[in-house]
Design a protein around this ligand. Sequence first.
Ligand SMILES: *Cc1c(COP(=O)(O)O)cnc(C)c1O
Length: 439
Amino acid sequence: MLDIEKLKKEIPITEEIAACRELLWNNPGCRHHEDAAPSEEPIVDIDEAEARLLRFAPYIEKVYPDVLEGIIESDLTEIPEMKEALAMDTEGVLEPVELPGRLFLKCDSHLPISGSVKARGGIYEVLKFAEQVAMENGMLTEEDDYSILAEPRFRDLFSRYSVAVGSTGNLGLSIGIMSAKLGFQVTVHMSADARQWKKDMLRSQGVIVKEYPDDYEAAVAQGRREAEEDPNCHFVDDENSLDLFAGYSVAGKRLKQQLEARGITIDEEHRLYVYLPCGVGGAPGGVTYGIKEYFGDDAYCFFAEPTHAPCMTLGLATGLHNRISVKDVGIDGRTEADGLAVGRASALVADAMESRLDGCFTVDDSRLYPYLAILKDTEDLFIEPSACAGFAGLKYIAEGQANVPAPDEDSIHIVWATGGSMVPEEEKNSYYIKGKMEV
Ligand SMILES: *Cc1c(COP(=O)(O)O)cnc(C)c1O
């Protein structure tokens, strides 16, 4: 049993986390702050993952002609009007922030096929499984043009296999849509937080959706149990998957190319600050891993979590990683940021972030909708509530509260917008109206 009172005494921030207060946690273990950075073993091979995605590009282009060159990537969009609006005092729930440097949005909200950051890791893992099945059955080699995978003989093959996943929503969408397209049988175990339209959309594509009155952890556990009973079932383990992690990590390499294409070089004088919404940790963890591999010590990464589901902040701050849940400190785990409604962090990611992540901050749900509305008004971009969490971190960096060099006019800030383009119009409107009322 965890002795929570003792924990609160030894690690005072635990008390603040338990009180659901908005806070910034600076990671004392981040290698920036060490005199001699320890050399670290690579966790995944980013080049290998990227090469696999390139092999699949002809297939993706064939079955999704809208996906340019078959590469699932999003725009990096500068949002100067948003930056200006954030500096204004509206006397609402958002304090004005004067941010030195340029502000960008990484539009994973608009990633093709499934409209969220999960299109990186989730689709990568399904493709890798399909490749493995096809190769084991002697029907595919790396030298083939992968567009053959759209042929009926492959659908027949894949229909003898199944894929399962537990999800708060968006991972289920990515896994479900891609698996169904390839021809796999697919089951998505959805937590109570998942939005109805996500379940409806999956069912319309032939995906089996099982619902759990419980939270995300329960949905994942049930999915894992059912998958274990079936040797032909591949379980996408959101809490431990290296394949998901590898798929996300490719973003770091692509981001470097995107910045270079804009003539932006990141170095000691042109620092990069990245703000990433975090649920179980896989997506922001993989992206951070990739960013640190490609930008080294000139990039600073922060996770954003809801005050009611701060699992990574709690896991890292206490050093207990996945051995503590937000429920252990009396937090309900309920949040409007459905994609972030996770009570226990991924062990894999918590370990990987111990020396790589610069810090975490938490955000109250009441701020998410105002950010959503202001972004829509200023830049005509819609992103979902979870995806807005990153904006709440700008103030900590701007005010120099983080244990990293303060930003200046040469700094680049990237808020990672993790989802939103697939949200039905009606829901988009209701989120927007909610935001307008709270601004
Ligand atoms: C899943 C998700 C995240 C966080 O990803 P994790 O891998 O769960 O940490 C952030 N935003 C949105 C919109 C998501 O769907």
